[in-house]
Design a protein around this ligand. Structure first.
Ligand code: GLA
Length: 397
């Protein structure tokens, strides 16, 4: 009898190690997709989600690597007598499974939002106490990605709460990416890997370069309203926590939402790529300008983000307004972003030494926005970088 139970235990351990490994594979590179929140907030519906899924295909975004269509807050209105979730039937008249089926029929993947506390940030039911039931329901709807928020959870321990949700996902038996949205309060980079694939590192992103002025005009605390440059400033030092299967998440993209200039949009996209950030589009992809589409489908920049080595880029120099970011790549090369935060254009440079190469090495340099080889260089590279803009190059041996 003892032998049998030992055998069963060993079998279960092997299965659990195997399934854990299998599930890490779900996000071997940072997840790419679209999320409704940044542009549409509570204004979600079956129509919007289906049209967005269609646009993902017709605009070439799917082909460029974007896969997940994630419905954020406000799709849920309550629970029935058995505790089952009741989606908003006005917004989603055919229920959530049919939305998922549609997304899947286009070869895309289905993501949904929940909250680890008692209520979502928009006051809808959270999953506290319903973790196993809700994850089972998500699995039955064909959900592939669960974003799990941190509102109304102030009396909970973050690490333990997300571990329950992760166990619930595994018990539900459907591989689902678990996106921990805890805003960096309890250093999720230290434990997020145990219970999810990505974890937010900061409060929410907003659609501006820095957002201080906007925050003041709204009467908000400046430190609670973050433009992409402010979020960027909070990423240094977190590099070592990211890798295949587990990623720091500096929040969804604001590219194309209206307040950033062409150069700023390019900078935002390039810097998220050098950070190996999840690339979740936050704009209306049904009506993008050609410029925005060109940015989001720049495959050479996206390839930096999606590089198989899974190394997060590092800020190797910070001269106030002028920053150099470098990311080690799987082919032994480097991607380098020269970022000019000043109000005028500037000739910037970086040396091989700064990015971990001997200075006497001859390296090929390719400009990833110009899509042009720039020739071979030894020791350093220089370029004119526009105000609020970037030059991004890829170096190879
Ligand atoms: C929080 C999250 C956002 C979004 C909203 C929805 O603020 O951080 O990304 O999901 O909730 O209410």
């Amino acid at each position: 009898m003892k032998k049998v139970s030992t055998l069963i235990m060993v079998f279960l351990m092997v299965v659990s190690v195997y399934s854990q490994e299998g599930w890490d594979e779900l996000a071997k590179t940072p997840p790419m997709g679209w999320n409704s929140w940044n542009k549409f907030a509570c204004n979600v519906s079956e129509k919007l989600i289906k049209e967005t899924a269609d646009a993902m295909v017709s605009t070439g975004l799917k082909e460029a690597g974007y896969t997940y269509i994630v419905i954020d807050d406000c799709w849920l209105i309550g629970r029935d007598a058995e505790g089952n979730m009741i989606p908003d039937s006005e917004r989603f008249p055919n229920g959530m499974k049919s939305v998922g089926d549609y997304i899947h029929s286009l070869g895309l993947k289905f993501g949904i939002y929940t909250d680890i506390g008692t209520k979502t940030c928009e006051g809808r039911p959270g999953m506290r106490g319903y973790e196993y039931q809700d994850m089972r329901t998500f699995a039955s709807w064909g959900v592939d990605y669960v974003k799990n928020d941190w509102c109304s959870a102030e009396h909970q321990g973050a690490r333990a709460s997300y571990a329950i949700a992760w166990d619930a996902i595994k018990q539900a038996g459907r591989p689902m990416v678990h996106s921990i949205c805890e805003w960096g309060f309890s250093q999720p980079w230290e434990w997020g890997k145990e219970s999810g694939h990505l974890w937010r590192t900061t409060l929410d992103i907003a659609d501006c370069w820095d957002c201080s002025e906007l925050a003041i005009s709204y009467g908000m605390q400046v430190e609670n309203f973050l433009g992409f440059t402010k979020i960027l400033d909070q990423q240094s030092g977190l590099e070592s926590y990211a890798g295949p299967g587990h990623w720091n998440d500096p929040d969804m993209l604001e590219v194309g939402n209206g307040n950033l200039s062409y150069e700023e949009n390019k900078a935002h996209y390039s810097l998220w790529a050098i950070l190996a950030a999840p690339l979740m589009l936050g704009n209306d992809i049904r009506s993008m300008s050609p410029e925005v589409k060109e940015i989001l489908t720049n495959k050479e920049i996206t390839a930096v983000d999606q590089d198989e080595l899974g190394k997060q880029g590092v800020k190797v120099r910070d001269d106030g307004d002028y920053e150099i970011w470098s990311k080690q790549l799987g082919d032994g090369g480097r991607a380098v972003v020269m970022f000019n935060r000043s109000e005028s254009s500037k000739e910037m440079n970086f040396t091989w030494n700064e990015i971990g190469y001997p200075d006497n090495l001859k390296l090929q340099v390719r400009d990833l926005w110009e899509h042009k080889g720039k020739g071979k260089y030894t020791g350093q590279y220089k370029a004119e970088v526009p105000s609020h803009g970037v030059v991004v190059v890829r170096l190879s041996l």
